[in-house]
Design a protein around this ligand. Structure first.
Ligand SMILES: CCCCCCCCCCCCCCCCC/C=C/C(=O)SCCNC(=O)CCNC(=O)[C@H](O)C(C)(C)COP(=O)(O)OP(=O)(O)OC[C@H]1O[C@@H](n2cnc3c(N)ncnc32)[C@H](O)[C@@H]1OP(=O)(O)O
Ligand SMILES: Cc1cc2nc3c(=O)[nH]c(=O)nc-3n(C[C@H](O)[C@H](O)[C@H](O)COP(=O)(O)OP(=O)(O)OC[C@H]3O[C@@H](n4cnc5c(N)ncnc54)[C@H](O)[C@@H]3O)c2cc1C
Length: 666
């Protein structure tokens, strides 16, 4: 079938004002990463074992077994192709399905690496790397998730047998949610209250075997299963999030991860000289990876919405001639282009956060803990900001695609359902922002004591200026000056943080003030995180960037990102006196101009993500733009269309029709 829409995308591509190939490298991070990513994406796309177009129609059991098959195929292909860790992880990424491998490699292995002694690493890591055991990470309980110090599971040392007794004392202490736990894992790192000599010593990780390595049955004292079907069709239901109850399960003493705290044969508890928060290290590691993942999920939704908006035509012609592409409507642009800009912004801040994490890890290894609070605040804050924006953006992209966005074949409903728990796992987003706020209030109070802020709070050292400055923007073009933009963001964030610190001091205790002002504190935390994202984006576009027109496009996106935030939070920018209403209007004017500049490049900017049609999984986002024929073909493949007359006709349709006839004769 010849479809006019296909030409639309070719036309769009011919309008690009930059080198798309060069932008692909910028997006990937380097030529090497681009090559690996591209190769792995193609391997997955061309392998029928990784087919995913039937996922939303499968029942839970079939779906889960299907994922088990795919995960086994990932391991098989990784071995056959002798993939490096980097390649294997990309391959698994493009399979695009939550599964136990994520928790094994993403949390179980990092927990042992981060919290195990060298001896423990030597014992467990080879077993885990060869996948002779499969592990997961069990922290959350039925009664407590956010409040880690409130966990109830106990690990009581028994000096008589040199063992720990792992016990779930109540229903609310059952571990509840860990991925991979329900049906697959043979081992787990369990977080529990250490008890020795009748005293409690805090929360630590313990390796516990869950299932027999011979027949996979649960070991004595262990009650275990899946917690039930989750939100959406397909989506996270590929994962066996599980529960487990431990009934006085005994494990050898050396199964406690003892890098930061050792329990001796006699039951003495020896704390090493490191902050106790080091036991939260796996969460910091994963939060950092979640920030990078946000840009993938967001760019995927944006890619679908941009391509479809170039294909879709509505109105605009009085004489039944060619209609307007919906991408040309300013309202569509004002909803879509900030999301496109955010995808790029999150990609760059994700790369920077990787660097920050590597830096803090190196320092920790040298016993320098000075940057740990900042690393915690940055990973927590950026995890929260990027996942919240991405989840909302996927839903916005669905609406931007009109009715067809609501079809599973658009790929957007499942993407939303699979992505949205990122706002909750690895720390509820509000709880994490309150951690950032705590860090900010501390930084502000230290300023008063003459302490110079460092890292991402360095800007607060310019306190006097930030409290008094008035924006110099007097034309729309002034909003294209990095210094003008940054000053407004820094002043807003600083003034909000200072106001919180000041108001907290009016309460009888800091805790009471913090609790009462938590709404303001969350806003101050978001403002600070936005300073980080905006400044990293500005830094990026100030670098040398090869490729015709690439830098110019990134500059446009950078200012769209910043100015749309000024518009979105104009209340805060105005109420803190950082800008005037007139300056807000000028910023909006500039934003409209920037939308016009990005318009001819929009399709090519999403092509730069280099996604295969397999990964996108969307009839609307196809590279060739053949939207309508694909929607129709996929509709015909729906199980409901297997027969022309539906199952149930004889029992439920025919009798109703007959009854209606009787009624009409009355
Ligand atoms: C062959 C195939 C290859 C395949 C490869 C496949 C690879 C796949 C990779 C995939 C990767 C990942 C997949 C991820 C899937 C997600 C699964 C989800 C998992 C989970 O959800 S695990 C559970 C997560 N749980 C949480 O996040 C709980 C949130 N709560 C907390 O973190 C804390 O309780 C708290 C921070 C909210 C509060 O803690 P606490 O009460 O102890 O603290 P205070 O508020 O009193 O603060 C005390 C001081 O401690 C500092 N602090 C707190 N946290 C940290 C930290 N993490 N690091 C450093 N410092 C920390 C505070 O700032 C306080 O400091 P202060 O100086 O006293 O103010
Ligand atoms: C898909 C998925 C996978 C998961 N995988 C794992 C896993 O592998 N391993 C694991 O251990 N856990 C896992 N979890 C659990 C997850 O980490 C927790 O659900 C998460 O940390 C949130 O905790 P909670 O459920 O106790 O939420 P709650 O803390 O009960 O949150 C409920 C509400 O209370 C609010 N709230 C809570 N505390 C405060 C506060 N101090 N101030 C203001 N508001 C507050 C929150 O903002 C939220 O609105 C997973 C969860 C999901 C959804």
């Amino acid at each position: 079938m010849v479809v006019a829409s296909v030409d639309n995308l070719a036309d769009e591509r011919s309008k690009a004002q930059f080198d798309v190939g060069a932008m692909k490298i910028v997006w990937a991070g380097s030529k090497h990463v681009f090559d690996v990513t591209d190769r792995m994406a193609r391997i997955v796309a061309s392998d029928p074992e990784f087919r995913k177009d039937n996922r939303t129609t499968l029942g839970r059991k079939e779906l889960f077994k299907n994922t088990l098959r795919k995960m086994a195929h990932v391991v098989k292909r990784a071995n056959e192709l002798r993939l490096t860790e980097e390649e294997a992880s990309k391959l698994r990424f493009f399979v695009d399905e939550p599964g136990y491998l994520d928790l094994h490699w993403g949390m179980f292995v990092p927990a042992i690496k981060g919290q195990g002694t060298e001896e423990q690493q030597e014992k467990w890591l080879p077993l885990a790397s060869r996948m002779e055991i499969i592990g997961c990470y069990a922290q959350t309980e039925l009664g407590h998730g956010s409040n880690v110090q409130g966990l109830e599971t106990t690990a009581t040392f028994d000096p008589k047998t040199d063992e720990f007794i792992i016990h779930s004392p109540s229903l609310t202490s059952y571990k509840w949610w860990p991925g991979g736990l329900g049906k697959v894992s043979t081992h787990v790192v369990v977080y529990a209250r250490l008890v020795s000599g009748g005293q409690e010593h805090g929360i630590y990780g313990f390796i516990v075997q869950l299932r027999s390595l011979d027949d996979h049955t649960p070991l004595p004292g262990i009650i275990i299963g899946d917690i039930g079907t989750k939100f959406g069709s397909g989506a996270y239901n590929t994962m066996d999030n599980g529960f487990v109850c431990f009934n006085r399960v005994r494990i050898p003493r050396n199964h406690m991860l003892m890098r930061f705290c050792q329990v001796t044969r006699e039951g003495n508890v020896c704390l090493s000289d490191v902050p106790k928060q080091m036991v939260y290290g796996t969460m910091v590691y994963v939060r950092q990876t979640i920030v990078s993942d946000a840009s993938w999920a967001l760019s995927r939704a944006v890619c679908i919405a941009v391509r479809y908006s170039a294909i879709r035509r509505q109105f605009g012609s009085q004489d039944r001639g060619i209609e307007t592409q919906v991408l040309d409507y300013k309202t569509q642009q004002s909803r879509l282009f900030p999301l496109l800009a955010s995808a790029y912004a999150f990609r760059f801040v994700g790369e920077w956060l990787k660097w920050l994490y590597a830096d803090v890890t190196e320092r920790l290894q040298a016993n320098d803990f000075s940057t740990l609070p900042e690393a915690h605040a940055c990973t927590a804050g950026l995890k929260s900001l990027t996942t919240s924006v991405t989840a909302d953006a996927i839903e916005e992209c669905r609406k931007l695609c009109g009715g067809h966005g609501y079809l599973c074949s658009s790929g957007l409903p499942e993407l939303f359902a699979v992505y949205v728990p990122a706002c909750t796992y690895e720390g509820d987003n509000v709880v994490l922002l309150l951690q950032v706020a705590r860090f900010l209030v501390k930084t502000v109070s230290r300023l008063a004591a003459g302490k110079k802020p460092v890292g991402t709070t360095t800007y607060m050292g310019n306190a006097e200026h930030l409290m008094q400055c008035k924006s110099s923007a007097s034309s729309p073009e002034d909003w294209l000056k990095p210094s003008v933009v940054l000053e407004a963001f820094e002043a807003r964030a600083f003034r909000l943080a200072v106001a919180c610190a000041r108001d907290i001091s009016k309460f009888s205790t800091p805790e009471a003030g913090f609790a009462e002002l938590s709404i303001d504190l969350v806003e101050a935390a978001i403002a600070h995180c936005e300073v980080i994202v905006v400044s990293r984006f500005i830094e990026k576009v100030q670098q040398d960037i090869p490729g015709d027109g690439v830098k110019e496009q990134l500059q446009i996106l950078c200012f769209i990102y910043a100015l749309h935030l000024i518009h979105k939070h104009s209340g805060e920018f105005l109420s803190t006196g950082c800008i005037t209403p007139e300056q807000a209007t000028l910023a909006n004017e500039q934003l409209r101009t920037l939308y016009g500049q990005v318009r001819p490049n929009a399709v090519s900017l999403v092509d730069a993500f280099n996604y295969t049609d397999h990964y996108l999984g969307s009839a609307l986002g196809r590279y060739d733009g053949n939207v309508y024929a694909t929607l129709y073909a996929q509709a015909l493949r729906d199980p409901l269309n297997d027969t022309v007359v539906p199952d149930g006709y004889e029992e439920f349709i025919r009798p109703v029709l007959k009854q209606t006839m009787r009624l009409s004769r009355l």
